[in-house]
Design a protein around this ligand. Structure first.
Ligand code: NAD
Length: 356
């Protein structure tokens, strides 16, 4: 029987509440699909600063590296807002991505049938099965390039650098094409090749990689057009692949199309088996400790973990189907609609387990 070692980084705010529910669901899936899971916990973010003085202790990196996958709740909160930039909880998040070599961020934007009305986009534009996968490069580009301050014409100025190497573009392109092969076999590469040299290299490289995937249809779109097309006709997209900064912005836009922030999962992959899975939302300090947070984004992150790191696609599908079924009549307060049963964070976890 397969046994998987999972490191839990519960983090701050609602992090522990939502991770606990996701663990319950993972245990239930293990029972049903005949595998076992052992857990180890480690500190990241504000809780790590409180306990050790730094947001990413070395012990956390070591534990994550020794596991099959990592499940993260969320980090941050007002208590640590006055920490210097490199010692903020979010610095721990960037640090763990770098330390684990997580260069590919996958953000599905999927609408669960029962939640269609939560989307701000008209029904006929979304259709019945909007399902976009945004693949964002996560460890390169302008967020990691050289930067500085200087004087220009006697005035204070600042600069940042967007730079990509060919191998960096190739490996993220391959992640996108491999995913497309398991989906609708369409990739849209998003860049700003009409202006940026780094984008022109991006485009040339993606075209070259695409020759290894003759079954996949590739098209290119400028980022400004893509921002518009996402709300005009989101159904046209299958897999979108793009740079760190463009992906940061477009994935937030795409998640709004899907509706509630409490529903959206994400995966960060290293090319190997190890991945880090987390909801896209933050630590929601305004509702922490009240047992009202929506645990579904974290539960759906566990489904992604099963699919992309643990090779248990059937279990992943079963969790997604259970979530969809439970949503027909049960809602946490953030997605509540008239006529539904209002449930707590814990009850939502129990309902998904029961459905499984
Ligand atoms: P947030 O995502 O934490 O919250 C935004 C709003 O959405 C809040 O009203 C919150 O109550 C609600 N919300 C979020 N998740 C929810 C859930 N699961 N169920 C119900 N409601 C939910 O964003 P924010 O308020 O901008 O940030 C709060 C803290 O989280 C900050 O310290 C920020 O830096 C941090 N943050 C962390 C991550 C991460 O860990 N990956 C991501 C974003 C923000």
């Amino acid at each position: 029987m397969n046994n998987y070692k999972i490191t839990l980084l519960k983090g701050d705010g609602i992090g522990p509440e939502i991770v606990n529910q996701a663990v319950k669901v993972l245990d239930k899936a293990a029972e049903k699909f005949d595998f076992t899971v052992t857990y180890d916990e480690a500190l990241l973010g504000g809780c790590a600063i409180d306990a050790t003085g730094v947001p990413l202790p070395e012990e956390t990196v070591a534990k994550c590296k020794a596991s099959d996958s990592v499940l993260l709740g969320a980090v941050g909160g007002p208590k640590w807002d006055n920490q210097p930039g490199n010692n903020r909880p979010e610095a721990g998040l960037l640090g763990i991505r770098g330390a684990l070599g997580l260069f590919a961020n996958l953000r599905p934007s999927v609408i669960f049938g029962p939640l269609k009305s939560a989307s701000p986009i008209k029904d006929d534009i979304i259709g019945d099965n909007m399902d976009i996968m945004i693949v964002r490069e996560l460890t390169g580009g302008i967020y990691f390039g050289e930067r500085g301050r200087k004087e220009v014409g006697g005035q204070p100025a600042a600069w940042d650098t967007e730079q990509y190497t060919v191998p960096e573009i190739e490996r993220i392109a391959r992640v996108a094409f491999d995913l497309a092969m398991k989906r609708d076999k369409r990739v849209t590469s998003v860049d700003k090749a009409n202006v940026l040299e780094s984008s022109r290299l991006w485009r040339e490289t993606v075209i070259r990689v695409s020759r290894d995937y003759p079954e996949v249809t590739l098209n290119h779109m400028y980022v400004d057009n893509c921002a518009m097309q996402l709300v005009r006709n989101p159904k046209q997209f299958d897999v979108i692949v793009t740079s760190n900064i463009f992906g940061d912005i477009l994935s937030d836009e795409a998640s709004m199309i899907a509706g509630s922030i409490g529903m959206l999962a994400s995966a960060s992959l290293s090319g190997g088996k190890l991945g880090l899975y987390e909801p896209i939302h933050g630590s929601a300090p305004d509702i922490a400790g009240q047992n009202i947070a929506n645990p579904l984004a974290t539960i759906l992150s566990v489904a992604m973990m099963l699919r992309y790191s643990l090779g248990q696609s059937e279990a992943a599908e079963a969790i997604e189907a259970a979530v969809s079924e439970v949503l027909k009549t049960n809602r946490t307060p953030d997605i509540y609609e008239e006529g539904m049963t209002k449930v707590t964070c814990e009850e939502m976890g129990d309902l998904v387990c029961a459905q499984l």
